[in-house]
Design a protein around this ligand. Sequence first.
Ligand code: PGA
Length: 236
Amino acid sequence: MRILRCDSLDDWAEHLAHLLISRLQVTPSLRLCLPTGVTPVPVYDRISDAVRAGRVSFRQSEVFLLDEFGGVAPDDPGRCDRMLSRFLLDRIDLPPDGFHRFTLDGDIDGECRAFERLIGSGCDLTLLGIGTNGHVGMNEPGSSADSLTRRVDLAPETTAATARYFDHDRLPTWGVTQGIGTIRRSGEVWLLAAGAGKAAIVDRIVNGPVTVDVPATLLRNHPSALLVVDRDASAV
Ligand code: PGA
């Protein structure tokens, strides 16, 4: 796994946006897996600006949502698809049928299998945030390296951490997520971490053993994994 350390949050977001824009310029039909959460928002802001300025386009690309909360109303602003729309998709030129998300309104296991088939041999590029317990997507500790898109229970600390996405206290206890195996099929995997709150888990990902107890470590031996951290997240 390569590690890119940036001096500031601004620098970190600039670097990531620049890298992603370069990939899209080289491969306009890029198949991307994108996360939600707080971490990627400054990157999405810069990407949106670049699209508006005509420097890059998503017209030919596809976006696969990384994960989704279960038991949440379809129009809840805290849903992952709603967050990604608000922070990125509503501001870029991706055609509506280029966005692959989860509806979770019927046979959930069947929907996960169909999503896995749609991803097929893998995305070209997967961006990931990291939970303080080392989860990626909703692959909580204990997730295996070959896990696929599936329904999962959230760790109690993950449910508690979702409070920052919702404007009510009916927090999700389960969700669906691309698996570690799904993510490992991606041509490139970029792990994003910013802020002092992520420093301890970044240290475990970089220096600790590869273990299912810290799911992000299962990506360390991916042939094209890149960890991008700002100064505060690499301060341990
Ligand atoms: P965050 O979430 O980007 O909101 O910190 C990351 C995660 O829990 O996967």
